[in-house]
Write a protein that binds this ligand. Sequence first.
Ligand SMILES: Cc1cc2nc3c(=O)[nH]c(=O)nc-3n(C[C@H](O)[C@H](O)[C@H](O)COP(=O)(O)O)c2cc1C
Length: 468
Amino acid sequence: MPEPKQLFVNLFEMACVSHITHGLWRLPGNNRERFADLDYWLELARLAEHGGFDGIFLADVIGHYDVFRGGPETALREGLQSPNLDPLLLVPAMAAVTDRLGFGVTFSTTYEPPFAFARRMSTLDHLTKGRIGWNIVTSYLPNAARNFGLDGELPHDDRYRLADEYLDVLYKLWEGSWDDDAVVADREAGVFTDPTKVRYIDHVGERHRVAGPHLVHPSPQRTPVLFQATGSPAGIEFAGKHAEVVFTGGRTSADFRRNADGMRDAAQRHGRGRDAVKFVAMAGVIVGRTQEEAGDKWRLYRQNASLDGILAHSGLPVDLTAFPRDMTVSEALRRADFPAERVPFLPLAKTVGEALDSIANSRDDRFLVVGDPKTVADEIERWLDDDGLDGINLRQYHTFDTARDFAELVVPELRRRGRMPAEGRHGTLRERLFGEGRARLPESHHGARYRGGANLRSDVAAPSAAAG
Ligand SMILES: Cc1cc2nc3c(=O)[nH]c(=O)nc-3n(C[C@H](O)[C@H](O)[C@H](O)COP(=O)(O)O)c2cc1C
């Protein structure tokens, strides 16, 4: 009998009060308002590591949600992803109190230049001994664009085109600029780094000019594990070339499989194997010792969810809450003098109440299970075997209860079924995902083409004259 497929589990986090379960920070015992206290992160990291989690995955945005009601007021009242701390800076503290927990951090390719980011990630890869991953995002908030000198967002597909160049610069720095044996630390000869094994990258492209050399010597993984969330054609093509782990969804198993297959096809087009990409979904797991206990928790979370928070997060450009629930959406739009073409996703013939309920519940459709440990484990096995999922990002409803419940009630059951390793996985983050000896990007990955200094010259060659 083949070994059963094992689940990879990240705890989904963000250094703010209200990440994705809006309104719930007010629940008794919820620790979310401690997010700016370092002890919060140390406690969480220890809990996650001892509880069998593979990683903590930190989301991030670099602006305010100010589309709903035309300003940031609702988001500010709700604590919706604001205030929000820099996720990269939390990692060393958590790494210091753990040995094997992985860390996924989100960073956008659209606004900050790549050289400084390459250095920060190499630093984190060293400090964590190869436990770092990067969630590549291109950013979606109009306010983020205005924070970085633009009037508004760049067009969606342009962001991916620029991200492609951004990644090229990073690979040149991470993979091509230094050889593995460049640091010799020869005290007698008085040579720390052998200069013949370090090189400029001299990248000149559409948006970036970067001379190099990289400022940090090779770290355990060199390139961090590359995560990405996407569903758009441009995003899927990008993921096929770059991503190693993709967040994907779909309303039905068939949808999910189609999305995953699209991603596998894209990977193949870029010379990688169909199994080069792993699939992770954001999942809700509400577990109790009994079905009844789990059901009570679920009702509590539903009753305390904040519709305002959900709507502000969704960026709905028209405030439907200003109209009676039994009015049709088309009538509400008419009264708001708002063109229906700008909200093609709204059901015009339905009532305002039905439309709001459907937005409020849209995150709950898929990869959600409420029940006792057996029910939960049965469902997770279905996700692994029928849907083809490799892992989950566990959505938190209550901090630290969601993580503690999963650790105490679900992990032992999954371990009994051979669906999680008995002691937690070891090695670098990439090895834990793809197997021993796989600390670095595989040879078939685009980033590997710069190894040893190969292919460094840009198509638009104009070597930098920088020296000293
Ligand atoms: C599980 C998950 C986590 C995400 N985390 C972030 C995040 O932290 N920051 C961010 O700007 N976007 C985040 N996104 C949004 C994605 O980066 C992306 O904008 C979205 O999936 C749409 O991509 P597409 O336009 O290529 O389909 C996340 C999406 C998903 C599904």
